[in-house]
Structure formats: C-alpha cells, structure tokens
Design a protein around this ligand. Sequence first.
Ligand code: CTP
Ligand code: MG
Length: 236
Amino acid sequence: MNRTAALVPAAGRGERLGPGEPKALREIAGVPILIYAVSALASARSIDLVVVAAPQSDVESVTALLSQQSFSDKVSVVAGGDTRQESVARALIALPTDVDVVLVHDAARPLVPIELISAVVGSVRAGNPAVVPGLCVTDTIKEVNEHGDVLATIDRDPLRAIQTPQGFDRELLQRAHAELDESQGIFTDDAGLIEEMGVPVKVIEGHVEAMKITRPFDLAIAETIIAKRRASGVIT
Ligand code: CTP
Ligand code: MG
C-alpha cells in the first residue's frame, strides 16, 4: 500500500477562454494543454500512475492522444462529470487499492514544475494528511458590495493564492468526497472539502509557473514560459 497516484480533472469546457475545443485540448506552442500537465506528473519519480478525467464527449480522443505518448503506460482515462468535484470523484473511484497517497492536479495548470510535484508528495509522506501549494498575494485586496462600493481593505499578509497539485492521504480524500456532496456547497478545490471536515491543511510554497490557464492572456504567459524553457534546453 504505498503507491502514489495523480488525478487530473480535465473535463471543463474552458468557457472563460472563449469558444473552441475543451480547454485541456487547446494547444500552446503546438502541444495540447493536457499533454504538458500529464507529462509533468508522469515524469515525476514520485508519481506511479495518473488518472485523467476527460470531457465526456472526448474520452475516446483523449485516450488515443495519451496512448501515443512515451509515458502512456502510467496513464488511464475516465469520463469526467459536470463539476470539477464530480470529475475528481470519478477519477478517485478508478484508483487501484495499493495507492495510499493521491495528488489532484488541474489540467489547466500545464507548466507545473516537477520539483513542486515532488515537494507536495514529500510533505504528505512526511505526515501531513493534506498539503496545498500557495503564493503570497501581491495585489491589494478589497471587499466590495454588489454595487462596487468598498466595504473593507483586507490585510493581505496572511492570504495565500492556492494552486495545484494538492496532495492527500488517499483514505482521507475518499472519505471527504463520500461525505460532502454539492448540496453542502460548491468547493473549488479538494482542500476545501478537507477543511470542512475539520482536518488541518498545510500550505507549502507554490510556484509562479504552476499558474492556471483561465483567460486568453494566460495562454500568452504560458507561451513565454515555454519559450524560456526551450531556450534553456528544458524539453516540455
Ligand atoms: N474541471 C473538470 N470537470 C468539470 C469542470 C472543471 O474536470 N466539470 C477541471 C478543468 O478541466 C480544469 C480544472 O477543473 O482542469 C479547474 O477548472 P477551471 O479552471 O474552472 O476550468 P474550466 O471549468 O474548464 O474553465 P471555465 O470555468 O472557464 O469553463
Ligand atoms: Mg470552471
């Protein structure tokens, strides 16, 4: 019971990116976003297998695409759900019994550095049941009402912008998904479910290159990161 798996929710439409294919299948510098994300996870020595939750309409094409990759023996594909939470739950069900640590990583964060993946696994294996990467917030944060009137300026010192991969004790994550459904609220990450159960969540230092592709401008940032890696000889 000591294998480590990564679950990759990739079933979103990418509506904020504008019209086109599902976000995970859009290309950056000629390569689909999903391939970057799965390649990083599969290349991490700390990850034994990867389960991708694909858009329901694209399970066959995603399976075919991943089967062509050099790391295909580590990867399997399931059909995702209508929400991120449901997509993660469907991938969790597909896990073999000998997995005891699980990472959940958004396909929409294709350029996650392998060192960050390994740091999250290491922190869970060191005894933290739930671990998330986070970055200090650099903008001034204000609370506003629905008319745009400022209610308060929030002290940003204790705030962190949370990324993925998020790492968990497998049994804990499974219990969280079994106990909390969407009637208990919409959770935008898996750590939110764990917090709801009253279990401590540890934040470790995140990485700017683990940024999420959400809007078209993010594609330009990702292209810049890829160009920088290619120029320095890092193959992505
Ligand atoms: N996701 C998923 N299943 C869903 C919705 C989202 O697996 N039903 C995944 C996305 O594919 C993405 C991650 O959850 O990798 C984070 O979600 P987000 O950035 O919101 O992606 P989308 O939902 O695709 O984008 P949008 O909200 O703009 O439509
Ligand atoms: Mg979404």
